[in-house]
Write a protein that binds this ligand. Structure first.
Ligand SMILES: O=C(O)C(=O)C[C@]1(C(=O)O)C=C[C@@H](O)C=C1
Length: 296
């Protein structure tokens, strides 16, 4: 989100504005997945210690990429922005070399900084285990046996992985802004389930089935169009959904189920975890004031 565009806080926190950011990120994520799908699964880059002789690093090749890239980005103060979360623990990253920007305070800091709100470890897990095998040629048959595909493009594949992971992380942690926006619209609805913590009730309050249904239809259409093909004259070549993956483009079902099974549920977890800490440090007088807004 561009926090310095001159927009005021209420505009930045309007649900329409935040949802537009989420819609824009769909495009980014689909294009980045298409880029990753050009390379084989390359299991070796996800195995801890597989390159330990070359790297002097005990984690995986991908974790090493994350560490190196995030070290550079940390120096450029990327992780001082409220919508950015590093995969590498912050204490292992260098300090910014320039002062943090002065950004409008949109989030309730005790909630935004609470460790439970950071779900990057879960993003990394589902991405490696479910998404990469789904969008790449994961296995081939050699001598009658299924073997994992490895094209040796470890640098290219990990570069794309880092880009996809950063975009997924931004998208999912946008849940904090969604929650803040929904909370401020009707704090009295949320407060009882925060004071007597009830994650299910909070999840019920933030869930919007119609928004989710539209998203999944839009996403499938986008993936079909962005992953589609044109001939040299610019004429659209009709390709069946199943054949798109075979052509090294993208597997539509994997993208849609990634959102349905992982991206939306994790965004909701971030929303609920943020809400559970939304009253941390808030004075009782402010809570009373919010509760006055409740319809009798
Ligand atoms: O748009 C919202 O209201 C959100 O909370 C975001 C989101 C999503 O992840 O896309 C999550 C939960 C809602 O049920 C609908 C959509």
């Amino acid at each position: 989100m561009n926090f310095t565009s001159g927009a005021d806080v209420s505009e930045l926190l309007s649900l329409d504005h935040i949802r537009n950011q989420l819609i824009r990120l769909e495009d980014t994520i689909i294009f980045l997945l298409i880029e990753r799908a050009q390379f084989a699964y390359n299991e070796k880059i996800y195995l801890a210690g597989a390159f330990k002789d070359e790297l002097n690093f005990s984690g995986s090749w991908l974790e090493w990429f994350l560490f190196e890239i995030e070290s550079f980005h940390a120096k450029a103060r990327r992780y001082t922005s409220p919508d950015e979360h590093a995969f590498t623990p912050l204490e292992q990253l260098p300090q910014p070399i320039i002062k943090p920007q002065s950004l409008p305070s949109l989030l309730h800091q005790p909630a935004a900084k609470h460790p439970s709100v950071n779900v990057n470890h879960r993003i990394l897990e589902f991405y490696i285990q479910q998404i990469v095998p789904g969008i790449t040629s994961a296995t081939k048959i050699a001598k009658g046996k299924a073997v994992l595909e490895d094209d040796g493009n470890y640098g290219s594949a990990a570069t794309r992985d880092v880009e996809v992971l950063q975009a997924l992380s931004r998208r999912i942690h946008f849940g904090m802004f969604v929650s803040e926006s929904k909370f401020l619209l009707a704090p009295h609805d949320f407060i009882p389930h925060i004071l007597d913590p009830n994650p299910d009730k909070l999840a019920g309050l933030i869930t919007k089935p119609a928004v989710e249904a539209k998203l999944l239809i839009r996403l499938a259409n986008k993936a079909r169009v962005y992953g589609g093909e044109m001939d040299a004259d610019g004429k659209v070549v009709e390709v069946a959904d199943e054949e798109m993956a075979a052509r090294g483009k993208i597997d539509l079902a994997t993208i849609v189920s990634m959102y349905k099974d992982w991206v939306i549920p994790l965004t909701k977890d971030v929303e609920v975890d943020y809400l559970l800490h939304r009253l941390d440090g808030v004075p009782q007088s402010q809570i009373d004031e919010w509760m006055k807004g409740r319809k009798e």
